[in-house]
Design a protein around this ligand. Structure first.
Ligand code: SPD
Length: 358
């Protein structure tokens, strides 16, 4: 019986070019015992969409899963399989008060209220830049987390891309940072921030249009205490955002924050990134909070590869896309990279065999 899981993992790996294991199939079978919604299965199983999709298609082919009205169910044969192999149903013990972040967004209710009020007319997430904004609760929790690690007060903070999340704005609104520089390719986000800074007389924060494939000017190298970013999980984006962010850090003890998801990348990719952070860039990973970042569903979902390869046509109805929040810290001898990223096809920054939601 156990061989069937190995066989499915092997076939799914060959089809998707993503390394998968028996454990990957077990995670899907655990999720299938508690939900019939494909997007929740991806969420609970922590597998990249193409991997989850292929595993489920193979389970359907082998008669372990059936589709009814775009919902996925274990068949009698599937129920027998999980029983025989002792695969338990997915359980969720996430703290409902802090949504699993360890920091409740309402710990500073004034920051939360001001952010929600000021951002009610925020620009919508667009496909062109792989946008998918985090919830306001996530954004404010990022600021609280920064504060709890002494990375906010009197710090010079660089926010690199993902400003559809408005994290740079939320940081600036506290009035506690020494300086905030926000860079994003999306003019709408930049104008939105600068308009609020002007209206509120915030003069230590500035938002600038910048394409992060380009190197930073000399003045930004070694100039910041903290960088914050939330890039796609491609190798190119890792260099454009995270390696470049490290190059902007002042010295030992300076910190970087970023999100990494398992919806658009696998644990193998995480291992590759973690090795690079430690071995190539001389950083230490001080925190990884799984599922810290919750993303609101984006309107362009039907145009994505994820929608095309899904085993069912039903779109997500609830939050399913999450990412872990990483904090890294510079140690003696750390070094970043500030190289030009060549990207003939712009979408290569966002899409590869593991990523599919752009
Ligand atoms: N295209 C879907 C939204 C993705 C938002 N970016 C998440 C990046 C995580 N590092």
């Amino acid at each position: 019986m156990i061989e069937i899981l190995e066989k499915i993992a092997k076939e799914a790996s060959e089809k998707t070019n993503i390394k998968l294991y028996r454990r990957s199939v077990e995670r899907i079978l655990s999720a299938l015992q508690v939900t019939s919604d494909f997007w929740k299965i991806v969420d609970y199983a922590d597998q990249p969409v193409p991997a989850a999709s292929e595993i489920i298609k193979l389970l359907i082919k082998e008669g372990y899963v059936t589709v009814e009205n775009e919902e996925l169910y274990l068949t009698e044969k599937g129920l027998e399989l999980v029983k025989e192999l002792g695969i338990p149903p997915y359980v969720d013990y996430t703290c409902q008060a802090c949504e699993g972040r360890g920091i409740p967004f309402y710990a500073n209710i004034d920051w939360y209220r001001a952010f929600v009020q000021l951002t009610k007319d925020r620009p919508k997430a667009v496909q062109e830049y792989d946008q998918g904004s985090v919830t306001p609760e996530t954004t404010v929790s990022r600021v609280l987390f920064l504060d709890s690690r002494e990375d906010l007060r009197d710090r010079e903070i660089l926010v690199m891309g993902a400003e559809d999340d408005l994290t740079g704005l939320a940081v600036a609104l506290t009035g506690l940072a020494k300086k905030v520089l926000i860079l994003d390719i999306d003019e709408r986000a930049i104008e939105f921030d600068n308009k609020i800074f002007k209206e509120l007389g915030i003069n230590n924060a500035e938002a600038r249009v910048f394409d992060l494939r380009n190197p930073f000017p000399e003045e930004w190298i070694g100039a910041f205490d903290v960088f914050i970013t939330d890039p796609p999980e491609t190798v190119k984006a890792f260099k454009a955002f995270i390696a470049r962010g490290i190059s902007a850090l002042k010295g030992e003890g300076s910190a970087g924050y970023f999100g990494l998801t398992l919806r658009d990348s696998s644990i193998n990719r995480w291992q590759q990134f973690q090795r690079a952070l430690i071995n190539d860039y001389g950083m230490v990973i001080t925190d990884i909070i799984q599922d810290f970042n919750a993303y609101m569903n984006w309107e362009y979902h039907d145009q994505t590869k994820a929608a095309q390869i899904s085993p069912v046509k039903k779109s997500p109805t609830d939050i399913w896309y999450r990412s872990a929040w990483y904090r890294i810290e510079a140690l003696p001898g750390f070094k970043g990279e500030n190289v030009q990223i060549k990207d003939e096809v712009f979408r290569e920054l966002y899409l590869d065999e593991e990523g599919s939601t752009t």
